[in-house]
Design a protein around this ligand. Sequence first.
Ligand SMILES: Cc1cc2nc3c(=O)[nH]c(=O)nc-3n(C[C@H](O)[C@H](O)[C@H](O)COP(=O)(O)OP(=O)(O)OC[C@H]3O[C@@H](n4cnc5c(N)ncnc54)[C@H](O)[C@@H]3O)c2cc1C
Length: 395
Amino acid sequence: MKRADVIVIGAGPSGLRAAGRLAAAGLDVRVLEKKSRVGANVVCTGIVGKEVFDDFGLDRRSVIEELRTVRLVSPFSTVLTYEHPRPFACVVDREKFDNALADAAVSAGAAVACDARVDDIAVGREGVEVTVRDGQGGVLRQAAAVAILATGVDFGLQKKLGLATPRDFLNGAQVEASLPGRDTTTLFFGRDVAPGAFAWSVPAGEGKARVGLLTKKDPKACLRKLLDAHFDGRPGTGEEVPIRTKPVAQGLLSGTFGDRVLAVGEAAGQTKTTTGGGISYGLTCADLAADVILECFGRSSFGAADLAEYERRWKGLLQKEIVVGHYTRRMCARLSDGRIESLFHLAQTDGIVPIIREKADFDWHSGLIFALLQRLSFMKFFRDVKDRLGPVGLS
Ligand SMILES: Cc1cc2nc3c(=O)[nH]c(=O)nc-3n(C[C@H](O)[C@H](O)[C@H](O)COP(=O)(O)OP(=O)(O)OC[C@H]3O[C@@H](n4cnc5c(N)ncnc54)[C@H](O)[C@@H]3O)c2cc1C
């Protein structure tokens, strides 16, 4: 088979976006996806900031709901309702969302192959070679000048190449089921609900909701408990609606590139360390990866020294967000339920809501974190967090 310019491994949002950009610039791009169809069985709540569609010129047909109001439920069932001045995010159908990106990549000239699992990768002086296993167990080899690893939380190929892989994870679990009346996005906090992070219920259209959580503990057990406590045991206890799990990568990675290869999206740890969302950072970094690869083709030089520019650029954009979010979330995971409860009461009286209204941004959280830490720094715990983060925030 003729050697491609770029092989993209993984047809999630990050890989498909990079493939589309590179194909649009005239390169011969092949996307290899192990699943039998793009977007199949993705474990994701599908919330993206409203700006994503305009920023990346994306089709809006995948949008199910627009979000404007959020209910926050404390460990002791205190409820706060926050209404943003306008819709700030959308819930999407991930299969449709990913397929819109696949269609854009194919229209630009990329080839997308499903049932194509990359089992092995080797980098030589002249190019990259991958071993691909198809749905029937057949094996073939494909070669390219450059490979993009966009494999999400599947890190086998990165390990093989000695690229960095995340060391910290949150365990995610989710069900999507018919839950009429659950049409307001609700976040649940507390050590009993989602130790280490938080849980949610998000409307998914036609009377359905996605109920999920991130935790450091057993995510299925925690989700069953949440369903029992807040959803009359439905739907997780019924065998017909499976709870699906997947980890979320956390923390800043160094070493997301090598000779002729780079990692993008969740594979490179490019997720929001506050909420676990990774779609928009993945799209953003896919564009940076495409820019740098195109520059490499301009020079016909694909060494690690050339691709290092990719990591420099994505860190320039995301390092502060990832580091500040990661530290803050880990510190907040130490809060007792009593302390969380007192924050809920403080929020009702203490001018926190106006700060959120002014500073909240769906994808960029460090500005809000610093503003809240400043406001709460009369409490020693938050003063310590703020002091610890000061140097990062200033850099
Ligand atoms: C419970 C939960 C809820 C979430 N909710 C949200 C949310 O609301 N908003 C948000 O922004 N993010 C959310 N996320 C995170 C989001 O799902 C990921 O960050 C996002 O999918 C990352 O995109 P990606 O393209 O980097 O990787 P992925 O979407 O994971 O795509 C990777 C692709 O690579 C393929 N692949 C892997 N290995 C190989 C191989 N060897 N050969 C061929 N193909 C391979 C996989 O099959 C997959 O299709 C959530 C995560 C969880 C666990």
